[in-house]
Design a protein. Structure first.
Length: 192
């Protein structure tokens, strides 16, 4: 059991007979005799629906244990994304609906944490920052200020805006939440 005031993003709880994952939690302490409140944004792990709910801070909630596995992404076939356990070679298919819009970020060979509830995959956990290769962009323009951006196609098929000095073949750091360029990555660190 955990107190509502201790809820954090990523935790899974049972509430009203349903398993929920906490997407965001914002605790507001009370004043005087007024108790605090924890405002949460929840995702139902059975249906995928989102819900906002405010809990009294002293309310005890049962935590749900999610099994976690590191799986390697292999390929996409229609609406299914195929992952493999690198130790047992067992393959798991996860629907694009479970992964959500981040399915576009998947690159064959990348390893991600998958969370399971009762043997069923319920979430693919992406890192905050991904390193991806630029497959096509205009040549660098040294005459213009570096504050100008140009479109670049990435190895996962996405198109993002990058600074003028980035060239085809460069490795960049991409912020997963906003899909924006952060910095040029060290190619030696990835083994390129």
């Amino acid at each position: 059991m955990t107190l509502a005031s201790q809820l954090r993003s990523g935790m899974a709880i049972a509430f009203e007979g349903q398993p929920y994952q906490v997407i965001a939690a914002d605790y507001h302490p009370g004043q005087g005799k007024m108790g605090g409140v924890c405002h949460t944004h929840l995702r139902n792990l059975n249906t995928g629906t989102l819900r906002d709910y405010s809990f009294r801070s002293e309310l005890k909630l049962q935590e749900v244990d999610l099994a976690k596995q590191s799986l390697e992404f292999l390929y996409t076939s229609g609406e299914q994304c195929c992952f493999m356990n690198p130790a047992s070679f067992e393959q798991t298919e996860i629907s694009r609906e479970v992964i959500g819009p981040r399915a576009e970020l998947l690159i064959p060979g990348m390893t991600l944490q998958i969370e399971f509830l009762d043997g069923r995959p319920v979430q693919v956990v992406f890192p905050d920052v991904l390193e991806v290769k630029v497959t096509d962009t205009a040549p660098p323009l040294h005459q213009q200020a570096d504050s100008n951006f140009k479109p670049a196609h990435l190895e996962n098929g996405l198109e993002v805006l990058v600074p003028q000095f980035i060239k085809t073949g460069d490795l960049i750091r991409l912020h997963v939440e906003t899909l924006k360029y952060m910095a040029r990555a060290d190619a030696k660190a990835r083994g390129a």
